[in-house]
Design a protein around this ligand. Structure first.
Ligand code: MN
Length: 253
């Protein structure tokens, strides 16, 4: 059987070109995302940052699962808020791409895994809002933006017993890595919280209706290299995508 295809959203960055004076604009994502999908038996493809809705529809029609990757801040006006002074790396094109990708994936009942910015873009796509800056807006917050060189599982998350996340990880408490200054605030109606850090910050959400949607604020694509527990999130989306692909084949054209 062929491998399930997982579409991974990507951002853009500007780099100094080695061969012209004009800066090079690069579409891409950290290699750990596709590598983590491959390690779980999936076939990753990258969705280059675009807001051409027909392109997004074509790609989402061809994949078996959607991975919303990490990146900069969602434009705050998308959830009705003026920008906090610490807002950074906003990209309205990427926002529009990911909002449409979520809509298209849900229309096909594809599994969705959101990571870091991915939990935030998922929540905003479905009508939720964000804490724009944890140190400023969450009294007594822990450090959620670490800058270590080695994999550091810096803070605890407590996972809701009976949640999809608890089932996937096989535990109701663990420590995670943390590189974020924003977080889910008002949870979209289609989602429910599945884990929090002990300062109250929302660290994970999933479908409130039992759909295959899972999102976390931590970076399992990095921690899975040293801690196999986190590979289980990629095992989950690849298995759910394989199941979705089998259903499509059974339903026929
Ligand atoms: Mn955190």
């Amino acid at each position: 059987m062929s491998k399930p295809i997982i579409g991974i959203t990507t951002g853009r960055r500007t780099e100094r070109s080695t061969h012209t004076s004009r800066p090079a604009r690069i579409a891409g994502i950290q290699l750990e995302y596709p590598q983590s999908v491959e390690r779980s038996g999936g076939a990753p493809i990258l969705l280059p940052r675009t807001d051409d809705m027909e392109v997004i529809a074509a790609v989402l029609g061809a994949v078996d699962g959607l991975l919303l990757s990490g990146g900069g801040d969602v434009v705050s006006l998308a959830y009705g808020a003026e920008p906090h002074p610490t807002s950074k790396y906003q990209d309205p094109v990427r926002d529009r791409m990911e909002f449409e990708a979520v809509r298209a994936a849900m229309a096909r009942r594809l599994p969705i895994l959101g990571i870091c910015r991915g939990i935030q873009s998922l929540n905003v796509a479905l009508g939720g809002s964000l804490v724009q800056d944890i140190p400023d807006e969450v009294p007594g917050a822990y450090q959620h933006y670490t800058q270590e060189q080695e994999t550091l599982l810096g803070h605890t998350i407590d996972i809701e017993p009976g949640s999809l996340l608890a089932k996937v990880l096989g535990t109701t408490s663990t420590a995670v890595n943390s590189y974020h200054h924003q977080a889910v605030k008002d949870v979209a109606a289609a989602l429910r919280v599945n884990c929090r850090s002990r300062d109250g910050v929302i660290e994970g959400v999933e479908s409130a209706a039992g759909l295959p949607i899972l999102a976390v604020q931590c970076h399992p694509e990095i921690s899975c290299q040293d801690y196999p527990l986190y590979q289980k999130l990629f095992d989950w989306i690849v298995a759910a995508a394989a199941e979705r692909s089998r259903q499509d084949a059974a339903d026929g054209p």
